[in-house]
Design a protein around this ligand. Structure first.
Ligand SMILES: Nc1ncnc2c1ncn2[C@@H]1O[C@H](COP(=O)(O)OP(=O)(O)OP(=O)(O)O)[C@@H](O)[C@H]1O
Ligand SMILES: [Mg+2]
Length: 196
């Protein structure tokens, strides 16, 4: 299956999710972000798509499209190849509009959308965001929350999957295991959208 990860808002966790799906579950990646570092970090599995390039070739293996924090002409094409669109966002009132814009932009493609409230500070904010999205769209959206996690940030910094990190012992083992379980659950959720 192929997955597009997009939000025109920057710094919401798009590349973090892409990184963990690629390192943990064998996906390949296309990085459509001239400012991104995913292809430098994972050169074996991630290909950088030049910003000037008008087309993306159809992926031959299971691929994640990791977009930068802006709209791109190749977005429609990536979505066309994808079974699922993941929209990570930080659920605060100030940033919700950018996410609504993204949601409205991709909703017309009629592909399944999974919203990922990331690094939320207050439980209520997730429910409020869900209300705004569904009110705008007129249909229900599924949410998979990811909390702020030092373990996840460590996995990113060490350029490894959280699953691999969780196999090491030490005093942080519990935090790593919790993070690994979360990413496993995200992957299982994503697989529910395979071939539908
Ligand atoms: N749940 C989390 N817990 C801790 N750190 C996180 C979490 N999600 C993301 N981060 C960190 O937040 C920063 C921003 O995330 P990331 O680079 O994935 O955002 P992005 O949406 O890809 O940004 P851009 O639009 O610039 O491409 C990174 O340092 C990332 O490792
Ligand atoms: Mg990114």
């Amino acid at each position: 299956m192929n997955i597009t990860i997009v939000n025109f808002k920057g710094g919401v966790g798009k590349s973090m999710i892409a990184h963990q799906l690629i390192t943990g579950f064998g996906f390949c990646g296309f990085e459509i972000d001239p400012y991104g570092s995913l292809s430098d970090r994972l050169p074996e599995s991630v290909e950088r798509i030049d910003i000037q390039q008008k087309n993306i070739e159809k992926p031959k293996k299971e691929t994640i499209f990791d977009f930068g924090g802006f709209d791109d002409i190749k977005l429609d094409q990536a979505i066309g190849y994808s079974d699922l669109i993941i929209i990570p966002f930080i659920p605060t009132l100030e940033t919700i509009q950018g996410t609504v814009d993204t949601l409205v932009r991709v909703a017309s493609a009629n592909k399944p959308i999974l919203m990922v409230p990331n690094m939320s500070q207050k439980e209520n904010d997730i429910g409020d965001a869900k209300f705004v999205f569904e009110d705008t769209l007129g249909f229900e959206v599924e949410m998979f929350p990811i909390p702020m996690s030092v373990a996840l940030q460590t996995a990113i910094n060490e350029n490894r999957s959280i699953g691999e990190l969780s196999k090491q012992g030490g005093i942080k083992a519990y935090a790593y295991k919790k993070g690994a379980q979360l990413i496993n659950d995200l992957h299982a959720k994503i697989r529910e959208y395979e071939n539908i």
